[in-house]
Design a protein around this ligand. Structure first.
Ligand SMILES: [Cu+2]
Length: 354
């Protein structure tokens, strides 16, 4: 798995072995000469210190040889670096957002999102990376491909690679980013071109699917049951809200099991709004890049944390309003990216300027 999975990996490994080899050779050579000198010129053998003037050939030697070695190491590293920074023209672009504490991969052409990175075998893939302006620095690290690049809030960075073998490869966050840094792990899934196309197709269909409000509001409907709200919650929400919805893992994350703790309400419609828009000025982000049905499944999962029978229910008017506000009954449009700034503005307006 961790053998070189791409050309970049082979270049990086070559530079590593060359530099490592030269260092080991120097270490052995210098140590051997030193030991020899210590024995050869010990006091018992040469009681009289000799006065030695400089030696031109020696001086030239120890300037020229190390210079060549060091330049050689530089060029070995530079070759690999140039390859890493030169993205092939036909590379497919995937946008990456690093957030506390998960990765989002956005396929802009298709307008779909995934928590795993899917790639077809044999095609170069360029990752355009960023983090939300009020998040922290993360770093996407693909060890099998020997590539790593920071995701810096509000800035763009990139890397590319070309998978040569189908398989699953780890993706880590390599920049300490707080509490759940060590859980910021996902996968690169490399598929055959046919399987990859089929995967894209499925994701696009899923995103486009218009929402039928009656089904979306019913936790027992087939559509909601089919989407595993618990699994989605585990992927996107537990690091702040906790597996039991008790909150408290980050500042202000509420206890979903107590009615008193809610800021809005545990109505499906209100939770859905929060997931669409996020909450201004907090770590609660918009999850508008998920398919709408997924957001409803999440909303039901969150609502169910409150076990009491007096949970407020959305009125038919509220359901209709939600439908209208987000045009849920229509074919859903692709989302180009996580509209963080837009989301904040919308939330402020929605909450009556508060
Ligand atoms: Cu991170």
């Amino acid at each position: 798995m961790y053998s070189g999975a791409s050309e970049i990996a082979r270049e990086v490994d070559a530079a590593f072995y060359w530099i490592g080899g030269i260092c080991v050779a120097l270490l052995i050579g210098i140590t051997a000469v030193m030991v020899y000198f210590v024995i050869r010129y010990r006091r018992a053998r040469s009681p009289q210190a000799a006065h030695i003037e400089g030696s031109l050939p020696l001086e030239i030697g120890w300037i020229v040889v190390p210079t060549i070695l060091v330049l050689f190491m530089f060029f070995k590293g530079y070759e690999g670096f140039k390859l890493m920074r030169t993205v092939p023209e036909d590379a497919q672009v995937v946008e990456v957002v690093g957030q506390r504490w998960f990765w989002t991969f956005i396929y802009p052409e298709q307008g779909i999102t995934s928590d795993r990175l899917y790639a077809p075998v044999g095609k170069p893939m360029k990752l355009e990376m960023t983090a939300p302006v009020d998040d922290v620095v993360h770093s996407l690290y693909l060890p099998a491909f020997r590539v790593k690049e920071d995701c810096v809030p509000g800035r763009k960075s990139y890397l590319w690679f070309q998978p040569e073998q189908e398989g699953r490869y780890h993706i880590f966050c390599a920049e300490y980013c707080g509490k759940d840094h060590s859980r910021m792990i996902t996968e690169l899934v490399v598929l055959s071109p046919e399987k990859y196309q089929a995967w894209l197709q499925r994701k696009v269909e899923d995103r486009n699917k218009p929402v039928v409000m009656a089904q979306a509001m019913d936790p027992e409907s087939a559509e909601i049951k089919e989407r595993d709200g618990a699994a989605l919650f585990k992927t996107y929400c537990v690091s702040c809200h906790g597996a039991e919805g008790l909150g408290g893992l980050v500042e202000n994350a509420r206890n979903f099991t107590s009615l008193a703790d809610w800021k809005r309400s545990p109505k499906i419609t209100d939770i859905y709004r929060t997931l669409e828009l996020g909450i201004e000025g907090t770590q609660m982000r918009s999850f508008s890049n998920l398919p709408p049905w997924d957001r409803f499944a999440l909303a039901h999962h969150v609502a169910a944390f409150y076990k009491g029978s007096d949970r407020p229910q959305a009125s038919p008017e509220e359901v209709e309003q939600l439908n209208k506000d987000f045009r849920l009954g229509e074919k859903q449009e692709p989302r180009r990216t996580i509209p963080i700034e837009q989301a904040k503005k919308a939330y402020v307006e929605d909450a009556g300027g508060g």
